[in-house]
Design a protein around this ligand. Sequence first.
Ligand code: FES
Length: 76
Amino acid sequence: MSLPFTPESCDGCPDKIVCRCLNVSEAQVIQMITRLEVRSVRDLTHHTGAGDGCTCCHAKLQEYLERFGCEAAAMG
Ligand code: FES
């Protein structure tokens, strides 16, 4: 019998999944934003596949772009 998904059940997970359809992790998304200077959801989809399914993660991807894109730009 499997346990229901809860935030607590992710405590031991090695990486947070941002896009469940394409199984793309938070680390992959942040790496694209900070290293390849990806600045749009469309480009994130092109480089990682994230957002190429049901599209319900697009708002979350946009949040990552705004947060980590600004930090990367500020660092030069
Ligand atoms: S969760 Fe990302 S496309 Fe469905």
